[in-house]
Design a protein around this ligand. Structure first.
Ligand code: PEP
Length: 251
């Protein structure tokens, strides 16, 4: 039985004051014990959120990490060691905004995945196709290629300590959501790809859906057999909406 995970990606949002308000409102939410919850603030606010959520059930993660795990000459980057030291227990890697806007390749994403694990954090590996790729019938091929690169570098055993997030690019921040059936098809393919290497790990790995998840559509998505929770962008900035999504995952 996989424990659902709801992860809130705050992206490049927030000031110290608005983050303090969001922390306070999150602390008021009723979160079912059956659900694991993590939020991913900007690295600037990471330590504020770690201390603000101290003692709550909500864990904190980073939105990205450097390709090198340790310390050194890489101006402007934060390494997995530094993020772990700041209290982060999770890291998003390969978010489509980084792949498409900042040009992150599968190889770079894979190095970040390995770096996160080396520092004791759990990576959330984001995969997904663009609208053009979906319309060209390439969805499964694209997602398989993105996953294959990480599998080749990190090995299937790494997925005992990692999470996968399927996020169709055309559904992120657009208000368009994959239907539960569309999402399930890709989630099952991801699990199948892992299963060809290790069935036990494939059955245990959590695969989140992300892309315009809201309180209203979350229960139906989370009801699909291979959807084990969500990666939530916009709705994670509203504590009540995020709390409702967490409760949908817990039921
Ligand atoms: C995301 O950025 O990971 C995301 C899923 O965003 P949204 O929920 O706003 O579509």
């Amino acid at each position: 039985m996989r424990r659902p995970l709801v992860a809130g990606n705050w992206k490049m949002n927030g000031t110290r004051a608005s983050v303090a308000e969001l922390i306070e409102a999150l602390r008021q939410q009723e979160i079912p014990a059956a659900v694991e919850v993590a939020v991913f603030p900007s690295s600037l606010h990471l330590m504020q959120v770690v201390s603000g959520l101290d003692g709550s059930v909500i864990a904190v993660g980073a939105q990205d990490c450097a390709v090198d795990a340790g310390f050194g000459a890489l101006t402007g980057e934060e390494s997995a060691s530094q993020l772990a030291d700041a209290g982060s227990s999770w890291v998003l890697v390969g978010h489509s905004e980084r792949r498409l806007i900042l040009g992150e390749s599968d190889e770079v994403v894979s190095k970040k995945f390995v770096a996160a694990l080396a520092c004791g954090m759990a990576p959330v590996l984001c995969l997904g196709e663009t609208l053009e790729q979906r319309q060209a019938g390439q969805t499964l091929e694209i997602v398989e290629r993105q996953l294959a690169c990480v599998l080749a570098d990190a090995g299937v055993e790494a997925f005992a300590r990692a999470v996968v997030a399927y996020e169709p690019v055309w559904a992120i921040g657009t208000g368009l959501t994959a239907t539960p059936q569309q999402a399930q098809e890709v989630h099952a393919a991801i699990r199948g790809q892992l299963s060809r290497q290790d069935q036990r790990i494939a059955e245990g790995v959590r695969i989140l859906y992300g892309g315009s998840v809201k309180a209203e559509n979350s229960a139906e998505l989370f009801g699909m057999p291979d959807i084990d929770g969500g990666l939530i962008g916009g709705a994670s900035l509203k504590a009540n909406d995020f709390g409702a999504i967490c409760r949908a995952a817990g039921n």
